[in-house]
Design a protein around this ligand. Structure first.
Ligand code: PLP
Length: 407
C-alpha cells in the first residue's frame, strides 16, 4: 500500500535507514565513546538477532516463559453499552509480568547474553519496564541496575518491591522533577561509564540508533499476532486500531502489523490536566522538532529550548517526547495522534474493570478511553485496542486519589 508517497510494502526494509533515520527523525546524537558502544550493539543486532539460533531461542522463550501468544478478547458488554461498534482488546496484560515491556526486554537481555555482557542497565517510569528487565536479568543470570525517579518510586511501590525481589538494584533519582526523563538521564550517565561490561536496555522506542528500531522489531510480535488473531476471529481486518503512546513501544509494535493495511490507526497521548505546558505529556500533539537523549524527534520544550516538565496520571506516559518513528508517522499522516485527559482515563479504568472484568494499567486506560470515544463517533464497524498492561500496579494510587467510583 502507498500512503503519501511512502511504499508500505517495503517500509520495514527502508525505515529506519542505515543511520537510524525515519525521514528526518531518529539518528544517534551521542558522545564518540557511546557511539562505539551503539555501533557494537547495532552490529550485534544485525548479525546475532537475525540468526536462526537467536530467533528459535526467542520464540521458545516467548511461548514457554512469557505465555505468548496473548489472546484477543471481544468486549461484549462495553460494545453493547456503546452502540453498534464492536470493541476488541489485544491482551498484553496477560503477557508475563503484566505488560508488553517483557517482549523487548527478553530480546535485549538475550542479545546481552550472546554479546557476553554481565549487566543490564535501564530507566523506568511506571516500573513495568524495570520489572520486565529485572525478570529478564533473573532469567538469564545477569546483574541489573534500574534507575527510577523518586516520584515514581512512591507512586509505583508494588513494582519497586517486585524489582527488588527479582534481585535488581533500584537506583533512586532525586533531581529535577524526579520522574522518567531524569531517570533516563541518570541511566545513560551510568551506562557511559560501564558500557564495556553492560548493555543499556532502553524501555521504549527511544534513544539513539539502534534502540528505536530494535525495540520496535522485538515488539512487532504484538502486531503480527493481533492481526492474525483478529482475522481468525472475525474474517476481516479491524476498521481502526488504537494504542497509547508514551515513548511509543507498545504502539510501534502493535501498529507495525497494520501499517500496510487499509486500517485507521490512532496513537493516544496523555492530555493530563489540560493543554497548558507542564500539565500534559502530549509531545506529538503540542511539541516541535528537537534533540534529546540521543535522538531527533518531536518534543515538548520550555522557553530555553530544553525538554519541558511534563505531567500525566500515568507514570509510563510521562515523557516529553516520543520515538522518532512516531514523529515520522505523525508528519506523514499515516497515524493520527490524539489525546485523552486524566478524567477520561480514570473513567475508562473503572468502566473496563466493571463491564469486562479487566483492570487496565492507567497507561492502557488512555487507549480504552479513546476507543470508547471513537466508537461513539464511528457508529459502526470494529476497533481493536492494544491493552498494553494490567492495572494492579495502579490500584492503590487510583483509590487514594480518585476513590472508588460510584457504579
Ligand atoms: C502498561 C504500559 N503501557 C504503556 C506504557 C508506555 O510505554 P510505551 O509508549 O513505550 O509503550 C507503559 C510504560 O511504562 C506501561 O507500563
Amino acid at each position: 500500500m502507498k500512503f503519501n508517497g511512502i511504499d508500505f510494502d517495503t517500509y520495514f526494509k527502508n525505515y529506519p535507514d542505515e543511520n537510524g533515520y525515519f525521514g528526518k527523525y531518529g539518528g544517534c546524537y551521542i558522545s564518540e565513546d557511546l557511539k562505539a558502544a551503539m555501533n557494537e550493539i547495532t552490529e550485534a543486532y544485525q548479525t546475532i538477532c537475525k540468526s536462526r539460533k537467536f530467533i528459535d531461542e526467542l520464540r521458545r522463550i516467548r511461548k514457554e516463559f512469557q505465555g505468548r501468544p496473548t489472546p484477543v478478547s471481544h468486549l461484549d458488554r462495553l460494545s453493547a453499552k456503546l452502540g453498534n461498534v464492536q470493541l476488541y482488546v489485544k491482551r498484553e496484560d496477560l503477557n508475563h509480568t503484566g505488560a508488553h515491556k517483557l517482549n523487548h526486554c527478553m530480546g535485549e537481555a538475550l542479545l546481552a547474553k550472546y554479546m557476553g555482557k554481565k549487566k543490564v542497565i535501564a530507566e523506568t517510569g511506571a516500573g513495568q519496564h524495570g520489572v520486565a528487565l529485572a525478570t529478564a536479568a533473573a532469567y538469564f543470570g545477569l546483574e541489573c541496575d534500574i534507575y527510577m525517579g523518586s516520584v515514581d518510586i512512591k507512586k509505583q511501590a508494588p513494582n519497586v518491591a517486585r524489582m527488588k525481589i527479582l534481585g535488581a538494584n533500584v537506583v533512586e533519582v532525586t533531581h529535577g522533577l524526579a520522574t522518567l526523563k531524569e531517570a533516563v538521564d541518570a541511566a545513560f550517565e551510568a551506562y557511559a561509564k560501564e558500557y564495556k561490561d553492560a548493555i543499556y536496555c532502553i524501555g521504549s522506542v527511544l534513544g539513539p540508533h539502534p534502540f528505536p528500531m530494535m525495540v520496535r522489531d522485538f515488539q512487532s510480535v504484538v502486531g503480527i499476532e493481533a492481526r492474525e488473531q483478529f482475522v481468525d476471529m472475525t474474517g476481516e481486518l479491524p476498521d481502526a486500531i488504537v494504542a497509547c503512546v508514551g515513548g511509543g513501544s507498545n504502539a510501534a509494535g502493535f501498529f507495525s502489523g497494520f501499517l500496510n493495511d487499509h486500517v485507521d490507526i490512532y496513537g493516544v497521548e496523555p492530555l493530563g490536566r489540560g493543554p497548558k505546558l507542564g500539565d500534559h505529556a502530549a509531545s506529538l500533539k503540542y511539541g516541535t522538532e528537537g534533540i534529546m537523549h540521543g535522538f531527533n524527534s518531536i518534543m515538548l520544550k520550555d522557553e530555553n529550548g530544553e525538554p519541558a516538565p511534563v505531567y500525566s496520571v500515568a507514570s509510563g506516559l510521562d515523557y516529553p517526547s516520543s520515538g522518532p518513528e512516531h514523529a515520522f508517522l505523525h508528519d506523514l499522516g499515516r497515524v493520527i495522534y490524539d489525546v485523552v485527559d486524566d478524567e477520561e482515563t480514570i473513567d475508562a479504568f473503572f468502566t473496563l474493570s466493571r463491564l469486562e472484568g479487566i483492570i487496565p494499567a492507567i497507561e492502557s486506560a488512555h487507549a480504552v478511553a479513546y476507543g470508547m470515544k471513537l466508537a461513539k463517533k464511528m457508529g459502526k464497524g470494529s476497533i481493536l485496542i492494544n491493552l498494553s498492561g494490567r492495572g494492579d500496579k495502579d490500584m492503590d494510587y487510583v483509590i487514594e486519589h480518585y476513590g472508588i467510583r460510584e457504579k
